[in-house]
Design a protein around this ligand. Sequence first.
Ligand SMILES: [Zn+2]
Length: 440
Amino acid sequence: MSRKQFIRNAALGFAGTALAPVTGKALPLGEAKGMSDNIAANRYRFKNVRLETGFEFDGEEVVGTKTGLFSIDIEDGKIRTISSNRPEENAIDAKGMLMLPSFKDMHIHLDKTFYGGPWQAARKRTGGVKGMIALEQKILPDMLKTSTAKAEKLIELLQSKGTAFARSHVNIEPTSKLQSLKNLQAALDHKKKVFGAELVAFPQHGVYYTDSVPYLKEAAAMDIDFIGGLDPFSIDGAIEKTMDFTVQLALDHHKGIDIHLHESGDSGLKTVEYLINKVNENPSLKGKTYISHCFVLGKLDSAKQEAIAEQLAEAQIGINSTIPFGGLIMPIPTLMKHGVKVMTGNDSIIDHWNTFGTGSVLQKANLAAQLYGQSTEFGLSRMLALATAGPVPLTDKGVQQWPKPGDVANLAFLDASCSAEAVSRVSPVVSLVYQGNIVY
Ligand SMILES: [Zn+2]
């Protein structure tokens, strides 16, 4: 189905679309008679697919991006072959659209949203994060009644923006117990053919501030990927005790770590340094430990920013940022320069915390490009990595590195001539493919 039809269906209400099958009945992009059966069998061909092939240089400066049109075979969820374009062939016509890796939202709360229900602005905050915990204790029991259906609506919003994968935090605390997790897992199960996710067991109400330990232990033994956390000093009153518990739980269950850290000042910096030490002591956590937000980095002087960035890179600890602006600017270029893995996400999309999430991580890449002055062809093209959580078609030198035969067919087709234009213009996504399944 077309993206427009997809969005229309997604807006129809909870009942109709949750189990909408992925079929080849309505063809995406151009017409291709007789392809339906092949699509259903997950074996089909695209033609007129635009791929980036290199940079155009003026001396040392990148002044443009070279592209070409190709035919691409998809089989069993993977890219089988990439070959010279055969426009006369019977295949799905990509009509010259730019093919990119589908996008990833690496910090979101799919379990906890007003999206899909009536509009509701955030309420005035009282009492900081602890005030928000008190609010959640009041409103979560009601929200849980519709959280599966709302998560599905939210997933459809992300898909409409080219996102086929998310890292979702999910509340684990004494009010929701394991119910938020179970409800989200039901939504993800309904969407498993068209959307992927990894889950963070998130002690939103503190590990000890409310007694979340037994529920976290239970969640850690279930099908989750990361142990979460929340401001260990300001919520639990102890950095070491909370971080030791978090790290040990991750180690015991072979999970990663992804903690929310809003705290700045001494306690924020201490938490970052404590986690760096713990990861260095336990190298199995390298490459799978993340700090979300980590606002404290934006408050440090530039020499300290450089030093911490170097330590984070060495411990292979990544930073997840919503790319804040206004009150605080994160040193994202410094982190990237030192090789820290930086990823982005929408975090909140219409909920009691915030209402400004659009669902688009391409828009986040655009925001980063604006904030950090990346307006050249090269700079814009590099910012695409924020939307894809890593892969970009061309290396820094302009050598084609994506796609390759054997890559999983997670694809977004955009009405754009190249990555730089897509980031700069937040170009529309016209088609999305997840593991070879055509979403729209
Ligand atoms: Zn969050």
